[in-house]
Design a protein around this ligand. Structure first.
Ligand code: SF4
Ligand code: FES
Length: 394
């Protein structure tokens, strides 16, 4: 049930004495991960290394209750994600339910499980937008990254159907050393598909991607070239294609304001119903996350739970962040990256040049990028084990 008095028992912001609710309203958009099941095996998957088993997933009725609650507390947009959200048999029913609650719905999908009929059903159920991931512009290389035969061709087909059904389309292109040289072609591909937007998303290195960092880390020359390609394309494609692009962390001087700041603008819900401040938050093994199956409402978890309050605001920050002029600009960067690379989530994100770990990590990245390693450890849901051989035997 939703709390009748949202101010009841609110935790206090360290050093400021203000209730959290006064500062952090419920986010307008929420990511819900219906399942960790996925036919693809991308080596940079953002799901936790310990994936949630299907038997722990929320039921259809539980997800409907979650959608009701989200709508009731003021959420406007729901992003259905995974794993692969269409691996759930109830995906159309859930989209319909969200539509009935006046929620804007986005499907974040690999597209390989979607037939023409299913897509039409989703459109009829009110799906507002579709985001399809692509692993490159060239079928052989893209299928090798995905660890799935004919994935690339299938994605093209679904993108075409989406536009025939008038669904706005975003192309999500995850970039790394083994496909960055295709960036121009990937942008051209998005234009040909009549996409509105492309997210040129550089791999983030925690979870699976950290295991594969040596095979994925781009070189500085590649990043410089990619920046030129994006700048040129943005100029050329004004009004045709929006292009999102952020320099990868390891090559930035200042960290990104990850998640817009911990517990400030974002939460997501895992397949088993845990409410997280970030999709990778479970990689921070010392945190405990409350579930929608607990006695607490989602609003209560957002406002009061330890996991959300731990890195909210600036009171928790150690030096150099604590006395830094940028502390309310980037909120000390990414907690998951700080934990993955330094073992402490409260440390300054090593992407920051002021972090004592920055130069060492930057050097490692440079060295790894030069190795030319190509082998992937694939994310493999079925057996929960790792597969070392790339599909083309390279
Ligand atoms: Fe941001 Fe902390 Fe680096 Fe300052 S020291 S720029 S607050 S990460
Ligand atoms: Fe979790 Fe940055 S990815 S805080």
């Amino acid at each position: 049930p939703i709390e009748t008095d949202p101010n009841d028992g609110l935790a206090l912001l360290e050093g400021r004495g203000q209730p959290i609710a006064a500062q952090y309203g419920i986010p307008l958009a929420v990511l819900i991960e219906l399942t960790h099941k996925c036919p693809l095996q991308c080596p940079y998957c953002s799901n936790p290394v310990e994936m949630e088993r299907a038997r722990n997933e929320l039921t259809t009725e539980e997800w409907k209750r979650v959608l009701d609650e989200l709508a009731e507390i003021g959420v406007l947009q729901v992003h259905f994600s995974g794993g692969e959200p269409t691996a759930r048999k109830d995906i159309v029913e859930l989209v319909q339910h969200a539509t009935d609650r006046d929620l804007y719905t986005n499907l974040i999908t690999s597209a390989v499980l979607i037939g023409r009929e299913k897509l039409a059903e989703l459109a009829d159920a009110g799906l507002s937008h579709i985001q399809i991931s692509f692993q490159g512009s060239d079928a052989v290389k893209a299928d090798r990254v995905a660890g799935f035969r004919n994935a690339h061709a299938k994605k093209h087909e679904v993108a075409r159907w989406a536009r025939e059904l008038d669904l706005p389309l975003t192309v999500n292109a995850v970039m790394h050393r083994q496909n960055l040289d295709q960036l121009e072609d990937i942008i051209a591909m998005a234009v040909d598909m009549d996409a509105d937007r492309i997210e040129v998303a550089n791999v983030q290195y925690y979870g699976w991607a950290l295991k594969n960092r040596a095979a994925l880390m781009p070189t500085i020359a590649q990043i410089d070239r990619a920046t030129e390609v994006v700048e040129d394309a943005r100029e050329r494609l004004k009004g045709i294609l929006d292009i999102d692009f952020v320099i990868p962390d390891y090559y930035a001087e200042r960290p990104k304001k990850c998640m817009g700041g911990w517990g400030r603008q974002f939460f997501n819900i895992t397949p088993s119903g845990k409410v997280l401040p970030c999709h990778a938050a479970e990689t921070i093994t010392e945190l405990e996350f409350l579930s929608v199956r607990s006695n607490h409402s989602i609003a209560w978890i957002w406002q009061n739970s330890d996991a959300f309050n731990r890195y909210r605001g600036t009171g928790w920050m150690p030096e150099p962040c604590q006395s830094c002029a940028f502390k309310e600009v980037d909120f000390g960067g990414c907690r998951c990256q700080a934990f993955a690379l330094t073992g402490k989530a409260e440390n300054t994100d090593p992407a920051c040049a002021l972090s004592p770990h920055h130069s060492e990590i930057f050097k490692t990245a440079e060295t790894e990028a030069e190795t030319g390693a190509t082998r992937f450890i694939y994310r493999n849901f079925a057996g929960g084990t790792l597969e070392a051989e790339p599909v083309d035997g390279k």
